[in-house]
Design a protein around this ligand. Structure first.
Ligand SMILES: *Cc1c(COP(=O)(O)O)cnc(C)c1O
Length: 379
């Protein structure tokens, strides 16, 4: 028997809805199912406007255009994130400025943001790591004080909570992912949440190849034409149909993932109490996560490959996560660090993610935790 790290799944009427989309005779973007997804995201997350995209990467690229990033403009973000967070802004000539993360959540350390702001700073991009929200009240206040835009990279945080609100629906813009490794999936897929009403009209135009086609379909103009820069950022109805079936069961998916996280945590509490490994802090009050990820830290960087090899030999596929962007070749070429990043450098070398997906049985999670415990027994 072997346990993969991730396993894509269907949970409801995905295939039925795809068949229905074909029968409806509309397979390009913004048909019946895409509209259902838009309404769901707006209502459940509290976003002013939701627009499906073909990935979170695409949503971030739209966000960079909407922030009007010009060559040399600086964008503050963590180094401990996926490449798309930075790449989207670099495509516009922007300069990622990497700030260190908090030890408890691995999120952007909000106390270090102001020192990284220069006259060239245009935006702040908090990344909600593992689905636990950044300190958005503080980040929004800093942005307001300095006239900056906030783009949330909420790729991992669909349906997480932040003090009664939803990540992605708090900043000027929020970017979500429905990639098959995320909680709610459509293979590839994403969404841009537009919370700042001043950006809504331009967002539609950028997503429709720089045309006012959306206005035309609503009957607001009598012909459509090229009015701005843009690209084709909208997904086909096939993606919308698959995603709609998943959104109908989003709460069930998240409940199951949170349950698996709780199983892991409980089973690993003893070795953590004995100081053999480190677990992340339990979620702070008001910051319920969505069970996106379960990770632990080895005590030393050298111990990590040994643990991964031990699990692999038992047929269990655990993985590490990001190579920090400030130490990647492109990160060094296109970005810069705001001072040293000691927490990023330290934690990135010791983090281990355990298998976590909707179809993982509780018993399997207990088996994986038992294998982790065995590794640490004599250490
Ligand atoms: C997955 C992920 C992305 C990219 O999402 P895609 O939908 O694959 O483009 C961006 N940022 C973070 C933090 C992610 O985890």
């Amino acid at each position: 028997m072997s346990t993969p790290f991730n396993k894509p799944f269907t949970i409801g009427a995905e295939l039925e809805y795809i068949t229905d989309a074909v029968a409806r005779g509309h397979l390009s973007g913004d048909g019946h199912y895409t509209k259902l997804c838009h309404r769901w995201l707006e209502q459940k997350l509290g976003a002013k406007r939701a627009l499906l995209t073909h990935s979170c990467t695409a949503a971030l690229e739209m966000a960079a255009i909407l922030c009007d990033i010009q060559p040399g403009d600086e964008v503050i973000m963590p180094s401990y994130t996926f490449v798309s967070t930075a790449n989207a802004f670099v495509l516009r000539g922007g300069v990622p400025v990497f700030v260190d993360i908090r030890r408890d959540t691995l999120n952007l350390d909000e106390t270090l943001i102001e020192a990284a702001i220069t006259p060239k700073t245009k935006a702040i991009v908090p990344v909600h790591y593992a689905g636990v929200a950044c300190e958005m009240d503080t980040i929004m206040a800093i942005a307001q004080r300095h006239g900056l835009l906030v783009v949330e990279d909420a790729a991992q945080a669909v349906l997480s909570e932040y003090r009664g609100r939803r990540p992605g629906a708090i900043g000027d813009l929020g970017c979500l992912s429905f990639h098959e490794t995320k909680n709610v999936i459509s293979g590839e897929g994403g969404a841009l949440l537009v919370n700042n009403p001043a950006l809504a009209e331009r967002a539609e135009i950028i997503r429709e190849k720089g045309t006012n086609r959306s206005k035309f379909f609503r009957g607001e103009v009598d012909k459509y034409t090229w009015v701005d820069i843009g690209s084709s950022f909208l997904p086909s109805e096939l993606i919308g149909a698959f995603l709609w079936a998943q959104l109908e069961h989003a709460e069930t998916i998240i409940t199951q993932r949170r349950r698996l996280c709780a199983i892991y945590r409980e089973a690993l509490q003893d070795p953590a109490d004995a100081g053999r490994l480190l677990l992340p802090q339990p979620e702070p009050e008001g910051l319920a996560g969505n069970g996106h990820m379960f990770y632990l830290f080895t005590r030393t960087a050298a111990e990590r490959p040994a643990l991964l090899a031990h699990l692999k030999a038992a047929g269990m596929h655990a993985v590490f996560h990001y190579v920090p962007l400030h130490s990647s070749p492109a990160g060094q070429r296109f970005g810069r660090s705001a001072g040293a990043l000691p927490v990023t450098d330290d934690l990135a070398e010791r983090l281990v993610r355990l298998p976590l997906y909707y179809g993982l049985a509780g018993e399997e999670a207990r088996g994986i935790a038992a294998a982790v415990r065995r590794f640490f027994e004599n250490r």
